[in-house]
Design a protein around this ligand. Structure first.
Ligand code: AMP
Length: 170
């Protein structure tokens, strides 16, 4: 199945000059969504890890189904002000603006191995912040996975120390 055809380009969203990769056609197609999750799981079949960390909000859409199917727990990294417990937070630059993400301090114990899942790798700012949150809590990043990678933005270069997988690339 050609999953690429379920990713729609929306020009000038959320601001001029950005070509937004819209994953909603893939989510809407039961077979395509299932295929995408299965292919991501296939890649991680022989990885040793304890949890999947998903990044709000679109990282949840891929990370949570992967966690269920792989028999692992799911840990959310969220936007500011959403997590009720004691948090650790990190600010970072985005392809279109800046942002902050947070994790519960007790979500990860020293030595826990995690896979980080998000929908798309652009500049890498979000993922670098997520890696820092996890490592500050003593966690180990076993792998970083995306549905889609915008290679021209070179986010991967910031992640040279990690195993980075993307299902689709351009
Ligand atoms: P970055 O931190 O630059 O790697 O940006 C990654 C995050 O921003 C991902 O969670 C994406 O959901 C979102 N994002 C950035 N650029 C785009 C784009 N062109 N199309 C869709 N989502 C994007």
């Amino acid at each position: 199945m050609d999953l690429q055809k379920f990713i729609r380009d929306i020009p000038d969203f959320p601001k001029e000059g950005i070509i937004f990769k819209d994953i909603t056609p893939l989510l809407k197609d039961a077979a395509a969504f299932d295929e995408a999750i299965n292919r991501m799981i296939d890649y991680y079949q022989n990885f040793d890890f304890d949890y999947i960390v998903g990044i709000e909000a679109r990282g949840f859409l891929f990370g949570a189904p992967m966690a269920i199917r792989m028999g692992k727990g799911f840990i959310p990294i969220r936007k500011p002000g959403k997590l009720p417990g004691e948090i650790l937070s990190k600010s970072y630059d985005l392809e279109y603006g800046s942002n902050e993400i947070e994790i519960h301090r007790d979500a990860i114990a020293p030595g826990d191995k995690v896979l980080i899942i998000d929908d798309l790798l652009a500049t890498g700012g979000t993922i670098v912040a997520a890696v820092q949150l996890i490592e500050e809590l003593g966690g180990e990043v076993a792998g970083i996975g995306f549905l889609y990678e915008l290679s021209s933005l070179k986010g991967r270069e910031l992640l040279a120390a990690y195993d980075v997988f993307s299902l689709m690339k351009e």
